[in-house]
Design a protein around this ligand. Structure first.
Ligand SMILES: Nc1ncnc2c1ncn2[C@@H]1O[C@H](COP(=O)(O)OP(=O)(O)O)[C@@H](O)[C@H]1O
Ligand SMILES: Nc1ccn([C@H]2C[C@H](O)[C@@H](COP(=O)(O)OP(=O)(O)O)O2)c(=O)n1
Length: 419
């Protein structure tokens, strides 16, 4: 297994670079000699422009994740409006945990531009690698220069590698580093992140105090555990409450009430911390569910499907084709997590979902707001939901009336769970 905290080795010429512009990824690589033309990304740039990349390299993943978020905020705040900023990463194709994340900048056409000064200030951070890209006179060939800080001065240490085209990789680079960054396969893996972040986020220790000391037993419970999943406003709350009443069940949620005081805080943190928080929340709910299911049926409003689907859909960009392939490890149910007897996935036409959201008119998480504005994100979440394997999961059209839907799901539960 790759060491979790080892500093990625930089072999520039083996790396592929990906820049996200207007939702589409552009890939390039570096070579000793130029090819016929620069990659399309560079070819379309006006001649006078210079480009920069800022990549993060830190052995401390919590530090790297938080620095990435701070850097994005600082760049958005400080850069002149004519400067284009795009998410970027660099990776060794097919090599797990080789991804370095950062940003790609295109200087404004007017010089002098404040960008180099800003970048220099940022590059004081030892975890940041700064490169610049400059065109030749004909704007056909671009060269990369690596910058380093020596004695406080910016020094060009680059070998002047040429920017050349690279094929799109077989799998999205984000898929190379999802495990243990976005999706956690065990309780311990998610818990480790919270332990590591106590120094910078003291509230994490309060969350740790509320966690079981180890993953609760995932043995099948005596009574059924039913999970209801779906996007916001598909009717989960309405259905889970009706199921509770109809089945005399106990209703639980994930994240559980005991972790509610820290949810908003973790929602503002970068994905590594936010996903770890939701992941451990599932284990707290699982412990409660296992106890209750010794006595009565249990209904759970959101569980691991939500945690994994939102995490995976956020980590990649573009259409659902960019998701990790079906059958990938990221969709597999964690071996140490309680397996529900049945997962009901509520699906709803986007227009009807928007209508229900409008009627309800209450606050939403940032991610749920994105779902409204970003059609591709919604499609990725829905597809990721469908690809998750493990407990039986049945998609149910949630457009009938609340009562009809309840009757339909009750039939399903009775046939599947012998209730
Ligand atoms: N089957 C249904 N038909 C019509 N409206 C519904 C139905 N189920 C729920 N609603 C309404 O849609 C809104 C969202 O439902 P809710 O149960 O809060 O969804 P969720 O918990 O999935 O966010 C609420 O205003 C609710 O009254
Ligand atoms: N078990 C869970 C539950 C929610 N999440 C995340 C996924 C989304 O970002 C939000 C959605 O939660 P929210 O409470 O807004 O959803 P509902 O109101 O229940 O529809 O929380 C999770 O990752 N794991």
């Amino acid at each position: 297994m790759a060491a979790k905290h080892a500093l990625p080795v930089l072999r520039w010429s083996s790396r592929v670079f990906s820049v996200e512009l207007n939702g589409a990824p552009f890939y390039f690589a570096l070579a000793d000699r130029p090819e016929a033309e620069a990659p399309r990304l560079f070819g379309q740039l006006p001649r006078a422009r210079r480009c920069f990349s800022l990549l993060l390299r830190s052995a401390d993943r919590v530090h790297a994740a938080r620095l990435h978020a701070r850097l994005r905020d600082a760049l958005l705040r400080e850069l002149p409006p004519e400067c284009r900023l795009a998410p970027m990463c660099s990776f060794l194709p097919e090599v797990r945990d080789s991804v370095l994340r950062g940003f790609f900048l295109q200087d404004g056409p007017d010089s002098p531009s404040p960008t180099p000064r800003l970048l220099e200030a940022l590059a004081q951070q030892h975890a940041l690698l700064l490169c610049s890209y400059t065109p030749d006179r004909e704007n056909r060939h671009w060269t990369q220069h690596v910058w380093s800080l020596e004695g406080g001065t910016r020094v060009d240490v680059g070998t002047g590698l040429c920017v050349v085209c690279s094929e799109a990789p077989r799998c999205h680079p984000a898929a190379l580093s999802m495990i243990n960054s976005d999706v956690f396969r065990t309780f311990q893996d998610a818990r480790d992140v919270l332990t590591e972040c106590v120094a910078v986020l003291p509230e994490a220790s309060s969350v740790l105090e509320h966690l079981p000391s180890r993953a609760p037993s995932s043995a099948p419970p005596a009574f059924p555990v039913l999970v209801v999943e779906g996007l916001d406003a598909t009717g989960k709350t309405t259905l889970t409450e009706s199921l509770r009443d109809a089945l005399g069940a106990v209703l639980l949620r994930s994240p559980p009430q005991s972790l509610a005081p820290w949810r908003a805080l973790f929602d503002r943190e970068p994905p590594l911390l936010r996903r770890a928080f939701y992941a451990v929340g599932n284990y707290v709910t699982a412990e409660q569910a296992a106890q209750q299911a010794m006595k009565t049926p249990v209904v759970v409003d959101r569980f691991w499907h939500s945690t994994a689907a939102y995490a995976i859909a956020t980590a990649v960009s573009g259409p659902p084709s960019g998701l990790p392939d079906p059958g990938s490890e990221v969709y597999r149910w964690p071996a140490d997590l309680l397996r529900p007897s049945l997962v009901v996935l509520l699906t709803l036409d986007p227009e009807e979902r928007r209508r229900r959201l409008r009627d309800r008119g209450q606050g939403k998480t940032e991610e749920e707001r994105q779902l409204d504005h970003n059609q591709l994100f919604r499609l990725r979440v829905e597809e990721a939901y469908r690809r998750i394997s493990g407990p039986p999961c049945i998609a149910v059209d949630a457009s009938p009336s609340a009562d009809q839907l309840l009757q339909q799901v009750l039939l399903l539960v009775r046939s599947r769970c012998c209730l």
